[in-house]
Design a protein around this ligand. Structure first.
Ligand code: RIB
Length: 306
């Protein structure tokens, strides 16, 4: 089973021909209100990829909470450990740039600031559990849950997004650290790797903390470094429409594929294929592929790599 401990948001996205300058108003179009949040997106992606998934987080007692959970609910994510908070449901405002699909996001965290590690009972934490966390809930709660999960033999994956330093005791307890090209620089600098060249950082972090580093580089694909071996996976050649949540899709599918007992090479291929597909459609959860589509795209990736 995959347990996702993290954020739940409503996303309010607008398409813009160009992003505004500071203090400027620009006119966009196509406002879409849809479920988001890095935690929820990752839970939804893992479920679409075929895993049994439980989401642990908080929403508000407001009108945004039901739609924020709707897609996870309809996909069959276990929401029994999503609790209500007196804070409002998290809300992200998103600008999607036409042409590149690049998204710029500002989040009002609301109820996500009230998520606590004890929402995950001990009986869910065992050797069959893959625990997936991000940085949109209190980092101290992540730390306490990682500590408990490591002692109980879970496999632990942390997506260090948005970029914040990760304490060394947390890094040492992880099985997999998932970062993009910006996050890896920040995590490594805080851990004493500030002088390492950027291309060496996956190996440096993997060796220093005895973990796997899955580093994503957008259209350049991903590198999974075990400390001994670098597994390079290309991205699919696509025309991006909206990159919102593509990293979350990568994380959720990586977790689901590892939970299914596949090896790292295959999990990386599935995750990279799914992350690419998610850029070809609008929205965070609405863009995430189902298992059959991921398998077909991953097979194309292997054929291209031969
Ligand atoms: O990673 C994309 C997500 O970041 C969006 O869904 C938004 O809610 C923010 O949390």
């Amino acid at each position: 089973m995959v347990i996702v401990f993290g954020s739940i948001n409503i996303d309010i996205a607008v398409n813009l021909a160009r992003l505004p300058e500071r203090g400027e108003t620009v006119l966009g179009h196509g406002c879409v209100i849809s479920p988001g949040g890095k935690g929820a997106n990752q839970a939804h992606a893992a479920r679409r990829a075929g895993a049994d998934v439980a989401m642990v987080g908080r929403g508000g007692a407001d009108a945004f909470a039901p739609p924020a959970l709707a897609r996870m609910r309809s996909e069959g994510v276990d929401l029994s450990r999503v609790e209500e908070s007196s804070e409002p449901t998290g809300c992200a405002t998103i600008w999607v740039e036409e042409g590149t699909g690049a998204s710029t996001i500002a989040v009002a965290s609301g109820a996500n600031t009230r998520v606590t590690h004890d929402q995950v009972p001990d009986e869910l934490l065992d050797g069959d559990t893959v625990l997936l966390l991000q940085h949109e809930v209190p980092l101290e709660e992540n730390r306490r849950l990682v500590d408990r999960a490591a002692r109980r033999g879970c496999r632990i994956l942390l997506n260090a997004a948005p970029a914040f330093p990760v304490p060394e005791d947390v890094l040492a307890a992880l099985d997999v650290l998932i970062v993009n090209e910006i996050e890896i620089v920040q995590v490594a600098a805080h851990a004493g790797g500030g002088d390492e060249p950027p291309e060496r950082l996956p190996e440096w972090l993997a060796r220093r903390f005895g973990l796997i580093v899955a580093a994503t580089y957008g259209e350049e694909g991903a590198v999974c470094h075990t400390g001994r071996e670098a597994i390079r996976t290309p991205a699919l050649p696509i025309r991006p429409v909206d990159t919102t949540g593509a990293g979350d899709t990568f994380c959720g599918v990586l977790a689901a594929t590892l939970a299914a007992g596949r090896d790292l090479r295959e999990a990386a291929r599935y995750a990279a294929a799914a992350g690419s597909l998610a850029c070809t459609r609008p929205g965070a959860q609405s863009s995430q592929p189902a298992r059959v589509e991921i398998e077909a795209a991953a097979a194309n990736l292997s054929a291209a790599a031969r």
